[in-house]
Design a protein around this ligand. Structure first.
Ligand code: GLC
Length: 530
């Protein structure tokens, strides 16, 4: 006992340097708050994967982050709404906090179509995070994703918790403090951190009638904001997208003080034709020609298309959302493209859901294109088979915060046809086969002519000598599997967590602290909450 007292009172123990080092070496606890997840291997139990509630790429990216952080032994916890009807009532990891409210218990999809219901669900979700989970978990950093989590950074700030807000899309919802309070959120505790429609003179004056933007509030209050690609950040700051509420001003302000960045997403590691069990025949850069032909014939058989291994095949992988994804452009030119390239037997395959699906079905039926065009609803295995079978992937989005489809396509040796915007611009460079540069077909002007030009460029490449095509596809596949890696994405977030928390996560940074031995490389461990 005496020895212990003597030890504790020794000047070395209390030295500020030592305390600082100890602080830096305690690994931070990260709480990820997301409305969507896609079956994380680390959040399930007894061999059953964690919850799957997916509307788009946000589910994939939050899952990738959880898995990559968990694999490095980082103390990561996750909060999401309890969509009881979407995932089985199976035992889950204790690191997963499922927020309770009947607003999402009985939903059949993450967003249910009604703006008001979605806003109510978002407020219920955030109530549980703000009132219960944050105080219980006491994270060093809360990492929030998209508008559904927009009030959390403001509340976290009032609790002295650092926050990171990731912008996956432009969608926003507007609420009032009165509405948030009716849903059980004590907004009076953090109202000064919110972003209002007009200057808030006082709490009482603003409570009922001064609207609050969830997205702008998050950007305003978070210690750091990131978009999912560097170009999208720049475009938002330049005011190139329709984003109300002075979002571009808030972002510009953040960027000015070094608190905004763009971190590129990466596709799920299971998206690799070398070992993808969902495709008919696995292949790599060396044997892509034989592998892709076998997959093409298999897909043609499955979908009732003309069985023609030499036909160029275009694949549409993204949801048929006319506002963002540019499907209207294709609808205008689809018949003409199929008709103009009938001598080559060009085929188009859709594996996607969305409001524009009936239009494509109508075009196919009206012109009797069933042997050349297949319109199928989204299904993960079919989608993978189509990446493997196709020669080109269509991503003509009007805007694209990141986009995963073009990266997945490149890994499968299917070259993307894209509009030069956001994450598409950061990942696809127009092909220059003669100089062995580039990896796809990029058009500048977002109209039917632009898309048609890029499709023509793609077909021109398709009819080039076999040897040249093979060489280019092999090069592109190799470069892409190196460039689009989950490790790069996770490391960029880890670096941010380290900066925000002032703590060290990766072993590389431990080495950098003078006088400290590097810790052992993190093993694959599964941390459970106490
Ligand atoms: C949204 C964006 C998409 C991005 C994804 C994941 O779905 O539209 O561009 O890749 O979020 O961040």
């Amino acid at each position: 006992m005496i020895a212990k007292v003597a030890h504790l009172s020794s000047p070395e123990v209390h030295s500020p340097e030592r305390r600082e080092r100890q602080h830096r070496l305690r690994r931070p606890r990260i709480l990820i708050v997301t409305p969507e997840l896609n079956g994380s291997g680390y959040l399930g139990r007894n061999g059953i994967p964690g919850p799957r509630a997916k509307a788009g790429g946000l589910a994939d990216i939050s899952t990738l982050l959880v898995d990559e952080l968990s694999a490095r032994g980082i103390d990561v916890r996750v909060a999401m709404p309890h969509f009881r009807s979407l995932f089985p009532d199976a035992p889950m990891s204790r690191r997963l906090y499922l927020c309770k409210d009947r607003e999402f218990f009985y939903r059949r999809s993450v967003y249910d179509g009604s703006q008001e219901a979605n806003r109510r669900a978002a407020l219920a979700f955030q109530r549980d995070v703000i009132q219960n989970i944050l105080p219980a978990v006491k994270p060093d950093i809360v990492h929030c994703h998209d508008w559904m989590t927009g009030l959390v950074p403001a509340a976290a700030k009032a609790m002295g918790i650092k926050s990171l807000f990731t912008v996956h899309n432009l969608h926003d919802e507007i609420t009032t403090m009165a509405e948030a309070e009716d849903r059980g959120i004590d907004a009076a505790r953090f109202w000064q951190n919110l972003h209002f429609g007009h200057y808030p003179h006082s709490y009482e004056e603003s409570r009922n009638s001064n609207p609050v933007s969830m997205m702008a509030s998050a950007m305003n209050a978070a210690d750091h904001v990131n978009t999912v690609s560097p170009s999208f950040l720049q475009e938002m700051m330049d005011g190139r997208h329709v984003a109300g509420w002075g979002l571009c001003d808030v972002l510009r302000g953040k960027s000015h003080c070094g608190a905004a960045s763009g971190i590129l997403n990466a596709p799920d590691p299971s998206c690799a034709p070398e070992h993808d069990l969902r495709i008919a025949q696995c292949y790599g850069a060396e044997d892509h020609r034989a592998g892709k032909l076998a997959n093409k014939l298999q897909l043609q058989r499955m979908l009732g298309l003309e069985e023609d291994a030499s036909a160029p095949m275009l694949f549409w992988p993204s949801r048929l959302d006319p506002t963002q994804k540019g499907c209207g452009l294709l609808a205008h030119i689809l018949y003409q493209v199929v008709n103009d390239y009938s001598s080559l037997g060009l085929q188009v395959v859709f594996v996607a859901d969305g409001p524009f699906k009936p239009h494509f079905e109508h075009i196919v039926n009206f012109h009797g294109l069933q042997k050349r065009v297949a319109v199928c609803g989204f299904e993960e295995s079919l989608s993978r088979q189509a990446y493997a079978a196709s020669d080109f992937v269509l991503v003509p989005s009007a805007y694209e915060p990141c986009g995963l489809a073009q990266m997945v396509a490149l890994k499968y040796g299917s070259l993307p046809i894209v509009h030069r915007t956001g994450g598409l611009q950061d990942t696809v460079l127009h092909l220059d086969a003669a100089n062995q540069r580039g990896n796809g077909f990029v058009f500048e002007t977002h109209d039917c002519g632009g898309l048609r030009w890029a499709i023509d460029e793609a077909v021109r490449f398709f009819i080039r000598p076999e040897q040249e095509r093979e060489r280019e596809i092999a090069r592109i596949m190799r470069q892409s599997s190196e460039a689009f890696s989950p490790q790069h994405t996770a490391e960029a977030y880890i670096k941010l967590y380290e900066e925000l928390s002032g703590r060290i996560i990766g072993d590389a940074r431990v080495e950098a602290v003078p006088g400290f031995r590097p810790v052992a490389k993190p093993q694959l461990v599964h941390i459970e909450a106490a």
